[in-house]
Structures are given as structure tokens and as C-alpha cells.
Design a binder for this molecule. Structure first.
Ligand SMILES: [Zn+2]
Length: 241
């Protein structure tokens, strides 16, 4: 391939760089929207995990409460039966002793009933807490749905623009297919996605890193050679008129 028949590389590189900057900007917008959605998804998931653990705790308390309620009721029934049977004891002393024992047991049951009431109050508080958590999660889910709807449309639009820009880019890049200049440019673009090609400022320095350029470099740039800034490695071009 002779130099005369090959298309000039620099204008194509400049064109590619303009497209690449647009592609990078749109891709960053898309990534940000997707990241925001993902963050919100994680926030909701963490609320749901907390709620599930609270619900488990509540369930355990309810089971404990039901068991204790049953057991206290059985004890209470037993005591009532024993109290009813007191009259059948014909020995006064035995009767007295049995009555004292019954009173003592009844007192203990009373203490268990107090604890049970405390447990019931605790369950009530936990139920309110879980209900609040559900409210918060529902609110977050509503917000998420609305945002997801908006973002999905925006992301779809960005994807369409990106597809068309990438198609346009591929057409320009195909003109330099297999050439080292394209490989070199792609590397520079990966390092400097927002400005892989920079202008020469004041006809003597790189506007990317402000390094003073030698006269030889300026001559090469003026000749439309593909020249890298010796300071930062970006491709140099003359300032647009
Ligand atoms: Zn530079």
C-alpha cells in the first residue's frame, strides 16, 4: 500500500476521537443510571433482610408466648382443681398445709403471668416495628418502580444512540483496519477517554498536559502526521481555525 493511495490517518483519527468522546460520555451516563438503580435495589434488599430477621425474631417470640400461655393455663387449671378438692380432706392440718402449698404455687403462676404480659407487650412493639419496616419498603419500592420506568426509557435511548455511534465509528475505523496507527490510537483512547486528541495551544504547547513542544513536533503536526505529545502521549492536532 503506497502512501498516495492510503487515506490520511490524522483526519480519520480526529473523527474517531470525536465519536469516541461522545460514546464515552453516553456510556458513562448509562452506567450512572444503571448504578443508581442497582444501589437502590441493594438498599431495598438490605431493608428486606433486616425485616426478615425481625420477623423471624417476632415469630420466635410468638411461639414462646403461645407455649407459655398454654402451660400457665394448664397450671392454673390444676391449681383450681386442687383448691376444689381441698374440702374433701378431712384432716384440718393436712388441709392447711395443702392450702399453703396451693397459695405458693398460685403466686408463682402469677409471676409467670406477669412475665407473659411483658412478652405480649414486646410482641406488640415488634409487630409495629415490622409494620413500619413494611411501610418503608413499600415506599422505597414505589420510588424504585417510578425511577426504573424513567431510567429504562432513558437507558433505551442511550443504547440506541450508542449503537448508531458505534456503527459510524466502525465505518471510520475500517479505513485504518490493521494499521498500527489505529491500535496506537485505541490505546491512547483507553487512557484518555475524554480527550485522546488534543490541540496545540499557542502554536507551541500541548493543551492536554501543557508541555512545551519542540519545533520538530510542530512541523510534524502541521504536516498532518500522527504525532504523540512527548509529555502525555495524546495525539496532537493543530487548533481548529
Ligand atoms: Zn501532552
Amino acid at each position: 500500500m503506497s502512501d498516495a493511495s492510503a487515506p490520511a490517518a490524522l483526519p480519520i483519527i480526529i473523527q474517531l476521537s470525536k465519536l469516541d468522546v461522545q460514546i464515552a460520555t453516553l456510556a458513562a451516563q448509562k452506567k450512572k443510571l444503571e448504578g443508581d438503580l442497582e444501589n437502590r435495589r441493594q438498599v431495598i434488599a438490605s431493608h428486606e433482610t433486616k425485616k426478615a430477621s425481625r420477623e423471624k425474631f417476632l415469630g420466635d417470640k410468638k411461639n414462646l408466648c403461645a407455649k407459655e400461655e398454654k402451660s400457665v393455663k394448664a397450671e392454673r387449671d390444676k391449681i383450681n382443681e386442687r383448691r376444689a378438692a381441698l374440702n374433701t380432706l378431712n384432716n384440718y392440718k393436712l388441709q392447711q398445709a395443702a392450702e399453703r402449698e396451693i397459695d405458693y404455687t398460685a403466686k408463682q403462676i402469677g409471676q409467670r403471668e406477669d412475665l407473659l404480659l411483658g412478652l405480649m407487650r414486646e410482641i406488640e412493639t415488634l409487630e409495629k416495628e415490622v409494620a413500619n419496616m413494611t411501610g418503608v419498603i413499600n415506599g422505597l419500592n414505589d420510588e424504585f418502580s417510578a425511577l426504573h420506568k424513567d431510567s429504562s426509557e432513558t437507558i433505551k435511548g442511550l443504547e440506541e444512540q450508542l449503537a448508531s455511534l458505534n456503527k459510524e465509528r466502525a465505518e471510520h475505523a475500517s479505513q485504518l483496519a490493521g494499521q498500527t496507527v489505529l491500535i496506537a490510537y485505541n490505546r491512547i483512547r483507553d487512557r484518555f477517554p475524554s480527550n485522546p486528541v488534543v490541540e496545540v495551544a499557542n502554536r507551541d504547547s500541548c493543551s492536554g498536559c501543557f508541555m512545551k513542544l519542540g519545533p520538530q513536533v510542530i512541523v510534524q503536526v502541521s504536516r498532518q502526521d500522527v504525532v504523540k505529545c512527548p509529555g502525555c502521549g495524546r495525539i496532537l492536532r493543530l487548533a481548529a481555525e
